[in-house]
Design a protein around this ligand. Structure first.
Ligand SMILES: [Zn+2]
Length: 444
């Protein structure tokens, strides 16, 4: 006897989209059968042709900022937004909270703040910063999914960047226990030498974060990975110039992967209005031609996955009063919109929803080593989304679940509506108490 049976003409599994009956027991997927299969369940959900049953997304790049900067974003609000956007698992970044997740104590502070507050399953990245080499193994053993480092100032003083020498030293240590390093790849010296990002002109801000700074840093990470053999991952790739290098490294067998974000795939620098600091992020949104090459990078598999890099702050820090890109905090709020933003662009670029699931669920789960997440497959957690891909609605920032009503998608028509999100075999109800779990590496 199943707990729940979905009968759906459109289900995304490893073989693409097909009609299936999907059976759930004890929070796991235990049956995937033809649509007409004889299966008994306490509850049957009949879906129509207008919706697709797909795995819940796994967003491995989310900044929640609690504790310490909870006024920017918190566990409850961020995970409500995730649930509403079809994300059922997220992994929180180790910085912008205070303390940062660079010690086991920092991780415990995170877990304490998150306990009982998360609407979706939530894991944690550790941080790799100067002076915490001895903390990496204990953090790994305590269940972080890998380690994030910066190669230039992170924006917050309590999370310092690694030097080139430290990067190699840390990678060598991580290689010893098979841990992953995820890297914010912009070269510090190249950024320092670029023009300062003052004023309200987006073009000035773009010039302050040149592609060359990203390209140099990506090259450095590739060679460090080649030398140390440590698993490395390039975060939020924006410069399409770096794609041939990454393709070449992958051909050589360098253990490196890369992600990009919905905003780099959606927006173009030419269309960003002056003073619109809700579009400010680092690395920056670049030109139309660059965006199209990122789509080609996804098509060719050079870019592995797509994550939101949801990174909010208070409205005051966005400095809408002066619209100055030099002083506004960088970061884009989008955890609730990533699926719809990517789907809106993917469909016009000739991709299917199965491709989107591959980038935003299957491969992100693989990146973090989440073996029971990101797929509709036997034995996997029954984290599911009922998605209406052909509906469209206009985004209203004030209606979003995250803490502050700021997002560059405000007013934009996006394809797709998340009708329902299911977590561990149960429909998620945002009016009910949160029942997401805190995840440890190896448990899922
Ligand atoms: Zn980030």
């Amino acid at each position: 006897m199943l707990d729940t049976l979905f009968r759906a003409p459109r289900v995304i599994t490893a073989v693409g989209e097909s009609a299936r009956s999907v059976g759930i027991r004890d929070g796991r997927i235990v049956a995937i059968e033809p649509l007409e299969a004889q299966l008994e369940a306490r509850q049957t959900v009949e879906l129509g042709e207008d919706v697709v049953l797909m795995p819940g997304l796994v967003d491995t790049h989310v900044h929640i900022n609690e504790p310490g900067r909870t006024e920017w974003e918190g566990f409850a609000s961020a995970t409500r937004a995730a649930a509403a956007g079809g994300v059922t698992t997220l992994i929180d970044m180790p910085l912008n909270s205070i303390p940062p997740t660079t010690t086991v104590e920092g991780l415990q502070a995170k877990r304490k703040a998150a306990e009982g507050a998360v609407y979706v399953d939530t894991g944690f990245w550790g941080g790799a910063v100067p002076g915490n080499l001895e903390d990496l193994r204990p953090l790994h053993d305590a269940g972080v999914f890998g380690f994030k480092c910066f190669l230039l100032h992170s924006g917050v003083d309590e999370f310092q960047p690694l030097s080139s020498a430290e990067l190699e030293q840390y990678l060598a240590v991580l290689h010893d226990f098979g841990a992953l390093m995820i890297v914010h790849a912009e070269n510090s010296q190249a950024i320092d030498r670029a023009p300062a990002p003052e004023g309200d002109r987006y073009g000035h801000f773009l010039a302050s974060r040149p592609r060359g700074a990203e390209n140099m840093a990506v090259a450095e990470v590739i060679e460090a990975a080649r030398y140390t053999r440590a698993r490395t991952h390039i975060l939020h790739l924006s410069s399409s110039d770096a794609l041939p290098m990454l393709a070449s490294a992958k051909r050589d067998g360098v253990p490196i992967t890369a992600e990009t974000c919905p905003h780099y795939l959606s927006f173009t620098s030419e269309a960003i209005p002056d003073g619109a600091t809700q579009f400010k992020c680092c690395p920056p949104i670049r030109e139309t031609a660059n965006r199209e090459l990122l789509w080609e990078g996804l098509r060719e598999g050079v870019i592995d996955c797509v994550v939101t890099d949801h990174s909010p702050c208070t409205p005051e820090l966005k400095r809408f009063d002066i619209g100055d890109f030099g002083v506004a905090w960088g970061g884009i709020s989008s955890v609730q919109l990533g699926l719809r933003a990517v789907w809106s662009q993917a469909r016009v670029h000739g991709f299917t929803l199965t491709d989107v699931v591959e980038w935003m669920a299957v491969r992100t789960a693989g990146l973090a080593g989440l073996t029971r997440k990101g797929r509709i497959a036997l034995g996997h957690d029954a984290d599911l989304v009922v998605f209406a891909p052909d509906e469209a609605t206009v985004v209203s920032a004030g209606d979003l679940e995250h803490r502050h009503p700021i997002t560059p998608y405000d007013g934009m028509a996006l394809a797709g509506v998340v009708r329902e999100t299911w977590l561990a075999g149960e429909l998620l109800d945002l009016q009910a108490p949160p029942r997401g779990r805190l995840l440890r590496r190896g448990d899922v």
